[in-house]
Design a protein around this ligand. Sequence first.
Ligand SMILES: O=C(O)CCC(=O)C(=O)O
Ligand SMILES: [Fe+2]
Ligand SMILES: [Mn+2]
Length: 230
Amino acid sequence: MKVLLAVLKQIHKPALCTGNPRCLSSGATSGLLPLGDEAPMVGSSPELVQKLRSQVEVRTDFITEAEEAAFLRELDPGLKKKRYEFDHWDDAIHGYRETERLRWGAACEEILNRVRSTAFPECSQLLGPVHVIDLDNTGYIKPHIDSVKFCGSTIAGLSLLSDSIMRLVKEDTPSEWLDLLLSRRSLYILRDQARYKFTHEILKNEESVFNGQRVPRQRRISVICRNLPG
Ligand SMILES: O=C(O)CCC(=O)C(=O)O
Ligand SMILES: [Fe+2]
Ligand SMILES: [Mn+2]
């Protein structure tokens, strides 16, 4: 357990560049492009949204309320024994507790197999333990890129208990950004450039606005599957 949590610390190394992609003085709302019934994304330009569409997926209502409850039953007792961590200024995550789990009960295992077959090619070698982050309602995840040493080309995450906004920002060009509406019970998948060339973050409640619409951020649990570096 200790080893994986150390790996997770590496995964969570915050990015040095933290350009604000939506600085109001730069006319930030121009170029917003809602995608209709496709993945709920808006970005800095239609071209960027178009380019990233093949590498970013959000599947709304990927799990049912009953399946969400199954995860809660399995995860909450263990999480409740931990305290939310707030005071690690150097961490990429603020206001969180986390765990990882290799063996799951039948209900959750079945859901996770659905996540795996949706997100990863059949031959893909997956990171065995699944990563779980419980963000307090005041918690948030700062911009970072997951460690290339420990994680492969694809990151797939379920969002439980709350809607949230995930923001991607091009590492060397902060004016290029994409916001994803991660609705409660959705699955997101980041692949390739979206995973390697863009930082990702989960916005704090005060900043949680999608395409002009306020998206209240409550306590949120994410369940994240990753593959191994090729
Ligand atoms: O909570 C999430 O969905 C994202 C977590 C994340 O970025 C990470 O653990 O590296
Ligand atoms: Fe991450
Ligand atoms: Mn720390």
